[in-house]
Ligand binder design. Structure first.
Ligand code: NAP
Length: 546
């Protein structure tokens, strides 16, 4: 695909570059990208809004935050030494441990000297004459680099509910993704949690342990499954360490990079007894097996999906004593696994505690937040603390927060007005020299595995550009159209794409995010990598290089 690009600029000398590359964000992807670009000998600067590294694991300090994928499948795999030196203490590590891990990585690879903290990027404008990006921080400082790499996360732009009176509450209130660094005590307190996604579920089961009174405001119940977490002793860690290469090889081979992979059988290819026994086995096992390792058709065949949904509904009815409450906790508007499955530890049993109340706000909507609490259509509740577990403006939200402009001042938000359009989820036509890590249309799944691949691919592209003296890299219209069509076609027939969730770009709290979009790549991770590998192997001929 040929595309015409402007000839080599002549004004470069008048607008010197501060860096070869600017990376936005010091989470798992920004940290690893920094490490790799340094190895290429590039001058790199990372701008990070927080005061430390870790991204998701820096911001999400809410009580109960922890991995839902196995710790040893989640950490970086690129350094044997790192794998040797770090011990995980739980199969599903809690957030403080993960943050310690990421700080350990930052120390080990001496990353902090190229990271500027407390530095939120306000705008990034492409300058065609200088073939570079002009980046402005929210304190007005400006920096210029040849390449701009966004490492801003998929779930990093938290959203507060659009409920009247939020600002009037006189007690303490927190969004889970903006949790304070100091401990919050719930001892004897009247606590409200709004939101019952993966975050809300983790928060609720923790807060219920100490709160004087906990009231959960649920709009849509989700299908949750047991996490079955355990400690890792020294002997088990030694075994894990010996198996690391096998663990990461398995992650490379599975559909979504988890240790779990779909069972090759169809739900109705076995007898009812075998089916029930298989569901029981999965329900008793740790992690995402019941979601990612279930019969191959549960996320595409309605009857198969109904079978597993019915199984989990029965479990909820068994675990919750008050059957009226159990019925409220069973989802009616979507089947099991069509939204991200929250993993839980005694979540359903929380509703058997005398100090916990579930309020179904579809039946009795919240009318307003008051100075003393929450008023629904049929009651007024007083609280000391309100916790907003109300989620994120996902996938494109973090891009919308930055004034990103490409060729001729075109805004990215405008470019994506009708949904994201990308080349391999990494590049956008009209935004030369900008690469996205975990951008829209990339494979999500076990995210660090996808991050490592994404970073390696971008590193390969920049290595190629440097060795060939290329100073301008842009996606072509054909490349973008073909990838975007491909991503859309992969989404056809997936039940999850017929459901409102952050994965389909829905956020009721954000203007303009009420229409479903195909925001993520829903093919297999191996297929995604094969396609990207092929693009590199053919010399990036689908890109316009100059
Ligand atoms: P979420 O799944 O989007 O859930 C947000 C919750 O808030 C939903 O229950 C939503 O109800 C509710 N809500 C939003 N606005 C509301 C309003 N105005 N009034 C009442 N309720 C409102 O967000 P999340 O729980 O933060 O999770 C997002 C993703 O982060 C997860 O799916 C997962 O991928 C990731 N995560 C990962 C981990 C882990 O790995 N361990 C842990 C937590 C989160 P509706 O459903 O009705 O919109």
């Amino acid at each position: 695909m040929a595309a015409s690009v402007p000839s080599q600029p002549s004004v470069e000398a008048t607008s010197p570059l501060d860096y070869d590359a600017i990376i936005i964000g010091a989470g798992m992807s920004g940290m690893y990208q920094l490490h790799r670009l340094r190895e290429l000998g590039m001058r790199v600067r990372v701008f990070e809004a927080g005061t430390g590294v870790g991204g998701t694991w820096y911001w999400n300090r809410y009580p109960g935050a922890r991995f839902d994928s196995e710790s040893y499948s989640y950490g970086y795999s690129f350094s044997k030494e790192l794998l040797e030196e770090w011990d995980w203490t739980e199969h599903f590590a809690p957030q403080p441990e993960t943050l310690r891990y990421l700080n350990f990585v930052a120390d080990k690879f001496d990353l902090r000297r190229d990271i500027q903290f407390r530095s939120r990027v306000a705008s990034a404008h492409y300058d065609e004459a200088a073939r570079s990006w002009a980046v402005e921080l929210d304190d007005g400082r400006r920096h210029r680099a040849r390449f701009l790499i966004t490492a801003i996360g998929v779930l990093s732009s938290p959203t507060m509910p659009r409920i009247a009176g939020v600002e009037t509450f006189e007690g303490k209130s927190f969004h889970t993704a903006r949790w304070p660094h100091e401990a919050v005590s719930f001892e004897g307190k009247r606590v409200a949690v709004i939101g019952t996604g993966a975050t809300g579920v983790q928060t609720i089961q923790e807060v219920a342990k100490t709160a004087g009174r906990l009231t959960v405001f649920q709009r849509t119940p989700n299908w949750c499954a047991p996490l079955h977490n355990r400690k890792i002793d020294a002997q088990t860690m030694a075994k894990i360490r010996a198996e690391y290469s096998d663990i990461f090889r398995r992650c490379q081979e599975t559909f979504a990079c988890f240790l779990h992979t779909p069972d090759p059988r169809g739900t109705f290819e076995v007898t009812p007894e075998e089916r029930e026994a298989f569901f029981e086995k999965l329900y008793a096992e740790p992690g995402f097996g019941i979601w990612q390792g279930n019969f191959r058709d549960i996320l595409t065949d309605r009857k198969a999906n109904a079978a597993i949904s019915d199984f989990v509904a029965r479990k909820i009815r068994q675990r919750v004593k008050d059957q009226a409450v159990a019925e409220k906790l069973i989802p009616r508007d979507h089947g099991f696994g069509t939204r991200r499955v929250p993993l839980e530890t005694k979540y359903y049993e929380v509703y058997n505690q005398p100090n916990v109340t579930l309020v179904d706000i579809k039946a009795t909507p919240i009318e307003r937040i008051t100075p003393t609490g929450i008023k629904t259509s049929d009651a007024e509740y007083a609280f000391d603390i309100i916790i907003y577990a109300t989620g994120f403006d996902a996938i494109t939200g973090a891009f919308d927060q930055i004034d990103l402009r490409g060729v001729n001042g075109l805004r990215l938000k405008e470019r994506w007005r009708n949904g994201p359009q990308t080349y391999l989820g990494v590049m956008v036509e009209g935004f030369p020299n900008m690469m996205m890590l975990m951008g829209p249309h990339t494979a999500l799944g076990n995210i660090p595995r996808s991050i490592e691949y994404n970073v390696e691919w971008v590193t390969g592209l920049l290595r190629h550009a440097r060795s060939a003296g290329i100073t301008r890299v842009e996606a072509t219209p054909e490349g973008v159209a073909s990838w975007t069509d491909h991503v859309k076609s992969l989404g056809v027939g997936l039940l999850s794409n017929e459901i409102n969730s952050w994965m389909t770009g829905i956020n009721t709290n954000v203007e303009g995010k009420q229409t479903r979009i195909i925001a993520r790549y829903s093919g297999s991770a191996p297929a995604y990598r094969a396609r990207c590998d092929e693009a590199a192997a053919n010399g990036y001929r689908e890109l316009a290089l100059a």
